[in-house]
Ligand binder design. Structure first.
Ligand code: FAD
Length: 460
């Protein structure tokens, strides 16, 4: 049977754009439907605007630090509207580049929502047109979870609206303890809002190494963020321009803005996947194998909609591997091991490989090298911020299986360290690498002392 397209991609975000461009460049007839704006979460309401807000928020502290170095800055102030305007102009520019790149590769970009009619047919919702395709790639990403059971939840906003705040809130309540919640806590605090973070666990950043979690948690508090743990919102009430959030621990917090950052869910609702027979897991994510194949042989899924590792470069690599396998005769399965990732807090976190707990579980005996120190720059600024560096080594063969950094430029450092970890570097390789002095990163190659955990006393 002849189809309208060889490949139809749903979603022009990180994964969908990479896959469609490569498939089109290999000669396939490709269309991509995008219901919102090209670029997806990363460009429009994720990594890019978030990082710009991080940059904006860091200048306040830098101004204070300047005094330690003899600089005097008078009458410095932050103009929120000016910054937002400049940021959105940059986002528009990037979104335009994404759209142009799709078209320049020879794919058709359709400004519409696509839904399945059957396993080979899609309905374009706004135009009412139906199209058929030999292969279909689901790259619809994810969306913030909003717990509907909380009374007054409609008064709260998600991370998506944080990029459109018309004015800076004086007080903001942030609910959540994952990377998006703690990043916004740092951003808003740096911009001058008073921030309260409410988290249902006892330490933020669940899933990260325990030392990293504690370090970030303590730094958040030191920066003036009020952190309430082991509590969750039960009700949000509006009074005038303010919102009072009642918590499960009987406390209540009044703020001008309430942000819920309690997780994200795969964007599969209303997509008609049942009509195509595509299997989802209990979280609503599309179930795929290592080649991003669903249970239906000609339907594939990449990126956040598969809930494997929800990061932009991962969505891009999965999209690329799919196009190479299906259209370039180069079977490729993306390797999800040792993907470096960051949390853009103050100071930021950079991680590659396994946490101490994961490494113990996977490898049994491991060695830990770690240090905490005050960076040289802060000796003159008076800032009490601390750096954490931790190397996790598999004892059996001395291989470095995890590196964790919390400190200035940690994401930049970890990207380079990730090459060594991916290559299988041993602790001895780190040791024979000469230090670059004076730098924060030199600690990575000068750590010699194994960290011995305090002796556990036998229970009598
Ligand atoms: C606040 C925030 C900060 C983040 N920071 C980082 C970071 O620092 N680093 C990092 O690596 N990752 C970060 N991420 C995660 C990153 O943005 C995602 O992992 C990445 O964008 C996933 O790409 P994707 O292609 O799977 O989906 P997306 O980029 O979300 O693209 C999916 C696209 O599909 C479209 N779509 C959905 N349904 C349909 C339909 N039926 N028809 C047509 N179009 C449809 C959507 O409009 C969207 O444009 C962040 C995310 C958030 C929310």
């Amino acid at each position: 049977m002849a189809y309208d397209y060889d490949l139809f991609v749903i979603g022009a975000g990180s994964g969908g754009v990479r896959a469609s461009r490569l498939a089109a460049m290999s000669g396939a007839k490709v269309a991509v439907a995008e219901e919102d704006r090209s670029g997806g979460t990363c460009v429009i309401r994720g990594c890019i605007p978030k990082k710009y807000m991080v940059y904006a928020s860091e200048f306040g502290r830098s101004l204070k630090h300047m005094e330690g170095y003899g600089w005097k800055v008078e009458n410095a102030s932050y103009d929120h509207n000016l910054f937002m305007d400049k940021m959105h102009r940059e986002i528009d520019r990037l979104s335009g580049i994404y759209a142009r790149n799709v078209k320049n590769a020879g794919a058709e970009l359709i400004d519409d929502r696509a839904e399945f009619v059957d396993a080979h047919t899609l309905k374009l919702v706004r135009s009412g047109r139906t199209v058929t395709a030999g292969k279909i790639l689901i790259a619809t990403g994810g969306w913030p979870v909003m717990p509907k059971e909380i009374e007054g939840i409609d008064h709260a906003i998600t991370s998506a609206e944080m990029f459109h705040l018309e004015q800076l809130p004086k007080h903001i309540l942030i609910v959540g303890g994952g990377y998006i919640a703690v990043e916004f806590a740092g951003i808003m605090s740096g911009l001058g809002s008073s921030v309260c973070l409410v988290y249902r666990g006892d330490t933020v950043l669940r899933g990260f190494d325990e030392d990293v979690r504690t370090h970030v948690h303590e730094e958040l508090k030191r920066k003036g963020v009020k952190v309430i743990t082991n509590a969750s919102p039960v009700k949000i009430e509006k009074s005038g321009a303010q919102f009072t959030t009642r918590l499960s621990n009987k406390e209540s917090v009044t703020a001008d803005q309430v942000l819920f950052a309690v997780g994200r869910e795969p964007h599969t609702k209303g997509l008609g996947l049942d009509k195509a027979g595509v299997k989802l897991n209990d979280k609503g994510a599309v179930v795929v194998d290592e080649y991003s194949r669903t249970n239906i042989p000609h339907i594939f899924a990449v990126g956040d909609v598969t809930d494997r590792m929800n990061l932009t470069p991962v969505a891009i690599r999965e999209g690329q591997a799919f196009a190479q396998t299906e259209f370039m005769d180069l079977p490729t399965a993306f390797d999800h091991a040792d993907v470096p990732h960051a949390v853009f807090t103050q100071p930021p976190v950079g991680v590659v490989g396994l946490s101490e707990a994961e490494a113990r579980k996977a490898h049994g005996k491991i060695d830990i090298y770690k240090t905490r120190f005050r960076p040289m720059k802060d000796m003159l600024t008076g800032d009490e911020e601390r750096v954490l560096m931790k190397i996790v080594v598999r004892a059996e063969d001395n291989r470095v299986v995890g590196v964790h950094i919390v400190g200035p430029d940690a994401p930049e450092i970890i990207q380079a360290v990730a090459i060594a970890v991916k290559m299988g570097a041993s602790k001895a390789d780190f040791d024979r690498t000469c230090a670059l002095h004076p730098s924060i990163a030199e600690e990575l190659v000068t750590l010699r002392e194994k960290f011995s955990p305090p002796e556990l006393k036998p229970v009598v």
